[in-house]
Design a protein around this ligand. Structure first.
Ligand SMILES: [Zn+2]
Ligand SMILES: [Zn+2]
Length: 352
């Protein structure tokens, strides 16, 4: 199996129809596939339980996304034989502040006055998007220089990073989860920082909406905490562990991408193993000094476009994790100290 499989976040396009699920207490759930970007799919969920009509995530807001969302609502209305529109939503819950999950809010806000919720630590992504982009872009330029990416290529990567987020119109968020006691009626949230700073999973009866925290076919993308506080592999692995303890009696896990998960604990263990293997592989590679760009290439091979950035971030998150724990040293410390900001860092495994 190629490693690039873990980097790419493309969704298989075979399931482009709305699918329906039910919780143990009879909550009705519609899984709505949205083409967030060309050939890149994400799911929003519509939940109908008691007096609640809740939309979980909204897709990207690009291209066919909003039409897919509208069609999904219509398909659910027909299946459930109820009038259902954006008007009748009672709440909108966002699992995490990534554009493929919240970008559709620009469209949804125009059609619905339903209160929008997100965790405190991702709130800024939705309300002060430009500021977040500027901050991350600055840190990313530094990360890419340290990683050994040539300056012109690094500039292009930062532009690609910003490009997909620029169309989003920042707007209101009405409540945050910690302030709401990590609860909304029958919905309970658990904060699982890592893939994003304010990522939450949402439990309803025996169903878990897990955003991108646990996915069935890929290990969710990791970036270094150096880019955004409260992300990074340390937080992510801790969050996987806390989810194991919290999400007992979950029968069905519905993610933001990929197929539903029927054995959550088993899948969590697999993802933990993927990261452990990758950490071990990096320790072996760093027998000789290498930059993060070189490690990324060794792990993921030749990748293109946005995947170049994803691969570098993934490699960077693992190197950061090992370095934080004192398992790596900077092999070119003299050059690094005297060479200014543009000297790539060469890491090497510390022998004990
Ligand atoms: Zn995400
Ligand atoms: Zn996603």
């Amino acid at each position: 199996m190629s490693y690039s499989r873990y980097v790419t976040v493309r969704q298989h396009a075979q399931n482009q129809k709305v699918r329906f699920f039910e919780s143990s207490r009879g909550a009705r759930i519609a899984q709505i596939p949205l083409e967030a970007f060309p050939d890149f799919w994400v799911y929003a969920y519509l939940v109908f339980v008691d007096e609640w009509r809740v939309l979980i995530d909204s897709g990207s807001g690009f291209g066919k996304n909003n039409q897919n969302l509208e069609d999904g609502l219509a398909a659910a209305a027909e299946a459930w034989q109820r009038p259902l529109s954006f008007d009748s939503l009672t709440h909108i819950l966002i699992t995490h502040g990534h554009i493929d999950h919240f970008g559709g809010l620009g469209f949804v806000r125009e059609k619905s006055a339903a209160p929008i919720g997100i965790h405190e630590l991702d709130q800024h992504n939705l309300t002060h998007t430009e500021e977040r982009l500027a901050e991350v872009a600055r840190r990313m330029a530094c990360f890419l220089a340290d990683a050994g990416v040539p300056e012109d290529e690094a500039g292009q990567l930062v532009e690609i990073y910003k490009l997909t987020k620029l169309d989003y119109q920042p707007g209101r968020v009405d409540f945050t989860y910690e302030a709401a006691g990590m609860k909304l009626g029958p919905f309970e949230m658990l904060h699982v920082p890592g893939h994003s700073a304010g990522h939450v999973v949402i439990r309803l009866d025996d169903v878990l909406f897990c955003g991108d925290h646990v996915l069935s076919e890929i290990s969710p993308h990791q970036a270094p905490e150096g880019l955004t506080l409260n992300t990074g592999l340390s937080h992510y692995l801790q969050s996987l562990q806390s989810l194991l303890g919290w999400a007992t009696n979950i029968r069905l896990t519905l993610g933001g991408h990929n197929e539903p998960i029927h054995d959550l604990a088993g899948r969590i263990v697999e993802i933990q193993q993927i990261h452990q293997n990758r950490l071990n592989e990096i320790l072996a590679l760093l027998d000789e000094p290498h930059t993060i760009a070189e490690i990324s290439h060794q792990l993921f091979g030749e990748v293109h476009g946005y995947n170049v950035l994803l691969a570098l971030e993934e490699a960077g998150a693992h190197v950061e994790y090992l370095h934080q724990r004192g398992l790596l040293r900077i092999a070119n410390l003299n050059e690094f100290t005297n060479g200014g900001g543009h000297t790539p860092i060469r890491y090497q495994t510390l022998l004990d």
